[in-house]
Design a binder for this molecule. Structure first.
Ligand code: HEC
Ligand code: HEC
Length: 266
């Protein structure tokens, strides 16, 4: 082969090779994009779960299963198949969730079944209307609820529990439920249970509680910090943020259970 011919052959091979690389990469691009979208959605759902645990479990239940008399299940078949027709909503279910959560619900459509907080039955959540949640948090919580669809339709048999299931037969288990229902979870983080970040993280509380105030045992200190938060203010936090009224709004039994639960946080 002459030199010129060789160069042409080599050049052709190079061109073909780069074309092949471009085609292979291009073919994988839709897959890469799809993977990326799945990843993004997974992150949105995870974020939505934390929004749900902090704000919604006290009425809709620790696993979104609903609480009789208070608020409906958000993961049953009725919600995914018949609810939109029942309320006459034209758009998608995800849009319905965003809309209901954004504005809240003044009057329950099923007051004898789910009275919620009375009037309003469910408070307004969007910042736009004076609620606590941003738009991205509302979209995330809607994605989180939509994620129950395969379960609601019987396509998956079990769900991973959103919160560790509580054993209501023990004081510690009932105390954990009170912790969520009374709204403590909105301000305090306990690993695996809540992500509130207004007050101190309560992991390990039982180990340090006995050293907080001289003369008070761990149990006495924890009880005092619930009934009279201003008696001892944790360093780095402001006084007057934690509600002072739990002594009135919770029963003695609920407070005892709560203390028993918090004493397990070694
Ligand atoms: C104070 C109690 C309460 C809290 C807290 C609460 N909800 Fe509700 N929610 C209700 C009640 C009551 C209804 C109305 C049920 C009805 O109209 O039959 C409702 C309805 C809904 C609906 C429509 C359900 C349906 O079947 O039409 C969605 C979705 C919803 N809530 C999501 C949430 C989310 C997400 C949160 C947290 C950001 C939340 N809720 C917090 C009480 C509450
Ligand atoms: C609005 C936010 C908010 C809510 C709701 C709230 N707390 Fe607090 N909590 C705080 C803040 C802020 C502090 C730190 C200031 C202080 O010590 O008063 C605190 C302190 C504490 C401490 C002391 C922690 C330590 O390290 O010594 C305990 C225990 C506690 N809270 C438990 C609870 C329980 C139980 C509930 C629910 C019944 C609750 N909190 C509800 C904000 C809150």
């Amino acid at each position: 082969m002459k030199r010129v011919q060789l160069e042409i052959v080599l050049g052709t091979i190079l061109v073909l090779l780069s074309a092949a690389i471009v085609i292979i990469l291009g073919a994988r691009e839709p897959q890469r994009l799809a993977d990326y979208e799945v990843q993004q959605r997974a992150e949105l759902i995870e974020f939505g779960a934390s929004v749900f645990v902090t704000n919604c479990t006290r009425c809709h239940g620790t696993q979104a299963q609903g609480i009789t008399g208070v608020a409906p299940s958000l993961r049953d078949e009725n919600f995914f198949t018949r609810r939109l027709a029942e309320v006459g909503w034209q758009g998608s279910l995800e849009d319905y969730i965003v809309s209901v959560v954004t504005t809240g619900r003044q009057i329950s459509t099923r007051p004898e079944l789910y009275a919620g907080g009375g009037i309003p039955a469910m408070p307004t959540w969007s910042e736009k209307f004076g609620g606590p949640l941003r738009d991205d948090q509302i979209r995330a919580v809607a994605a989180f609820i939509m994620n129950f669809e395969p379960y609601a339709l019987g396509q998956v048999a079990t769900l991973e529990p959103l919160l560790p299931p509580v054993d209501e037969s023990t004081p510690e288990g009932r105390g954990q439920a009170v912790f969520v229902q009374a709204g403590c979870a909105a301000c305090h983080t306990i690993s695996g249970i809540s992500t509130g970040n207004i007050g101190p993280v309560l992991d390990g509380l039982a180990s340090r509680a006995g050293d907080r105030v001289s003369g008070l045992t761990a149990e006495e200190y924890i009880r005092q910090s619930i009934l009279d938060p201003s008696a001892y203010v944790v360093e780095g936090f402001a006084d007057g943020i934690m509600p002072q009224t739990f002594g009135d709004t919770l029963t003695d039994e609920q407070i005892n259970d709560l203390v028993a639960f918090l004493l397990t946080l070694q």
